[in-house]
Design a protein. Structure first.
Length: 203
């Protein structure tokens, strides 16, 4: 059956599968990226991921008992911690739970690291199930991913995308990112440290 007649291997699904792999690799290799590089890549990949998820086919649930979740709690926490460490104090942002609510309270604090780890969990679970190649598993992987996108991780994505957009395109924040990278890459010279105020006890 050609991809034109089979939603499981349609162009939209194939492109999403490729992008899901790119996103997973971005998170898993964050320790090899500079802060500025990660912010730029994350912003671009999340934007494309949202667009591709919108166009995933609408399928009916058929094999819900076959759904498997491969991302463990330890893997989730490992990714969250690595993203948090890379972003530092840029990780936190203000979140408005319901942007269309007319009478809402103060915005709550949220974290890019938690958003991106939640997205990673959904995307990796989808990829592991879909890539097994069985039609029933591929069908259910697409269905679950699309439903979860609508009800959960799509909102997480747009929230973190707003924060990353600010970091990437705010001139002030971009300059700070450069300064942080320079400071991280410079070796500390002991001769440059003022020790005149240090208290040394004699044993």
């Amino acid at each position: 059956m050609s991809s034109q007649n089979n939603p499981l291997i349609s162009k939209e699904v194939t492109e999403f599968v490729i992008l899901a792999k790119e996103y997973s690799e971005l998170v898993e290799t964050i320790d090899k990226q500079s802060l500025e590089e990660f912010v730029s890549k994350a912003h671009e990949v999340l934007l494309k991921l949202y667009m591709k998820a919108v166009h995933l086919p609408e399928l009916d649930a058929r094999y819900e008992d076959l759904i498997e979740h491969s991302v463990t709690e330890n893997e989730y926490e490992k990714n969250r911690r690595k993203i948090n460490e890379r972003l530092g104090h840029y990780d936190s942002y203000h979140d408005i739970n319901s942007p269309i609510r007319q009478t809402s309270g103060d915005p709550s604090d949220a974290c890019i690291s938690e958003d991106m780890s939640d997205i990673f969990q959904e995307i990796k679970d989808f990829s592991m199930l879909y890539n097994k190649g069985r039609k029933d598993l591929m069908h259910e992987a697409i269905w679950e991913c699309k439903q979860s996108f609508k009800n959960y991780w799509g909102q997480r994505l747009t929230n973190s995308l707003r924060a990353l957009h600010f970091l990437r395109y705010s001139a002030e924040k971009l300059e700070e990112l450069h300064e942080i990278e320079i400071a991280d890459n410079e070796d500390l010279n002991i001769d440059d440290i003022d020790t005149s105020e240090w208290i040394v006890s004699e044993g």
